[in-house]
Design a protein around this ligand. Sequence first.
Ligand code: ZN
Length: 225
Amino acid sequence: MRRWTEICAGIVAAAVPTGVGSALGALAGGSSGLVAGLVAGGVPGAVFGWAVAAFVPYDLSSARGLARYATDLTWSLPNTWLGAVLLTGNLLAGNRVVADLSRYGGTVHLARGTLPAVGGVRYVTTVGTVVAGIPGAPDDSPCSTAARALLAHERGHVLQARLLGPAYVPSVLVNYALAAVLPFWWFWHDHAAYPIRSVAAYFQHGVYPHVWNEEWCYRAYGPRR
Ligand SMILES: [Zn+2]
């Protein structure tokens, strides 16, 4: 793909959230709303657009790359915007983009995770098209099987966001709240491997992995928990 195509793709990826943010802001609150929407859409949009041009996550010479690009800037735009906010905050905090994982992967990868370790476990965060916490591409050594599974798992969340679009984040939040209040997952939970004897374990090993998006990705991609 020619370099100018990649740069144009980045400009469009920045312009879409900027335009949508400005329009929504103007509809909600006139000229001051327009300015707020311009900033809220334009700042993360510009950072995302730069990442699209610089690291080329979308292979626009393939049908799959085109479909991902078009989906992320239309149906899945709310997810893309949230990911762009995460990307912006991380880059400001000194995180860096992993170029080899990001190229043509349909995702922008950040080397470090965004959350502090919970119970000694460092979680990888995936929001929209942005995956934070995988430092490099897994190699072919046997010990990187888990790393490959983790990468596939996180990209599974990106696929889920593309499929459900604006309903993705609300559906996860509602499911999390329901699973916390009403532990229906208790019946199929692996109590031998993950005994729940504390409030922390209830949320970490009970509620969280049994929310639909995690249930799906752990089953389809692993890694083994
Ligand atoms: Zn997950």
